[in-house]
Write a protein that binds this ligand. Sequence first.
Ligand code: FAD
Ligand code: NAP
Length: 346
Amino acid sequence: MLNIIPNLELQPLNTMAIPALARYGVKVHSLDELGAALSWRREKQLEDDVDIPLLVIGGGSNIILRGDFPGLLVQVDLQGKEEIKETAEHIWLKVGAGENWHSLVEYSLSFHYWGLENLALIPGCVGAAPIQNIGAYGVELKDVFAELTAVDIQSGVEVVFEREACEFGYRDSVFKQRLKDRYIITSVTLKLSKNPTQYIEYPALASALSDCENITPEAVFEAVCRVRRSKLPDPALTPNTGSFFKNPIVDSTTYQRLHNEYANMPAYVVDQQTVKLAAGWLIDKAGWRGKELEGIVVHKDQALVLTNPKRLPGSAVLAAAEQIASDVKAKFGVQLEMEPRVYGNA
Ligand code: FAD
Ligand code: NAP
């Protein structure tokens, strides 16, 4: 039975704890309920002769609500994990979009299916993971991704997207670009390894494992959890959305110019033409680490994280972000791009 709630309070549904309302809200637990919610929206649009925008969420850990959302918010709570294929080396695990991401990492580890260890403790749900091709410590979703199913919002038909069709990029996919707001992801199938493999190139991870004699996937998982807990604010206690800006990818001329001035600036070669800079370092050097701006605080242990301890409206968060990005632009000539997506009335 579909339970459409008018004027749904969104503060508990976003990790930035931004106070806002959705004109209508519904949590769907099955494909039938999802279909019913989309039908309800279509009929309501015809009946009232108005457009009802749609916002799909999982854990609300990568969204910023600029103001109230004037349409229908659908919280996807499709559960289930199924092993759909197996070879001597791999297992294909199909997972409902509403499953908690970190619980899935723990689950796969308990069955000795490897590949997700570096992605431990990322908040949110499985269905959101392909949207920005979640990544941490050198591993991205695309490295373990097989395919996903998604419902076309217009037609209500469920379709399959294989890896190529998702056009995964750095914190990016086709679902943030060409097919933005066109599909609701219902399941994700991962291809996990039965043979332990580790990727521990990131200095913070390598250093957390420096005393470890036997580096197993479990040890990597524990190290990732330890480092993240020591550095990142827990959204349940201090509202935040993780990294607020993407790391900028600049051309080699821009990189050379900056390197000449800041010899110790961290930078990572992407390809022959481009270099990735650390946005957290740029924000820190622009003087923002640990600082507060009208109630929004730049996290002292990682300047890339903005926190909202006073649970202020999205306008305060966006104003602080704009000021920080503008200072970085003025000092380094580099434009920062926000990572979370913005919704709601201005
Ligand atoms: P939401 O915030 O609910 O949604 C995010 C976007 O996905 C929205 O545009 C929404 O419309 C869309 N969406 C959600 N579900 C669906 C669906 N089923 N179908 C279609 N569209 C959907 N991200 C990383 O990549 N790496 C990290 O290491 C990382 N660390 C974080 C640490 C902290 C403390 C926090 C707060 C965030 C971090 N994030 C990280 C960001 C965030 O956790 C991820 O992007 C996560 O995948 C978002 O999941 P969610 O369910 O909360 O998505
Ligand atoms: P970190 O280890 O202090 O590193 C700082 C930055 O340098 C990171 O942004 C990372 O880029 C980059 N980096 C470090 N070593 C690298 C290498 N060997 N090759 C390429 N790039 C390298 O970062 P952190 O803030 O503690 O975060 C650790 C990991 O968790 C990072 O991968 C980060 O992206 C991820 N994380 C993401 C979010 C989010 O909301 N998106 C929040 C928290 C943490 P990348 O960011 O490109 O990896």
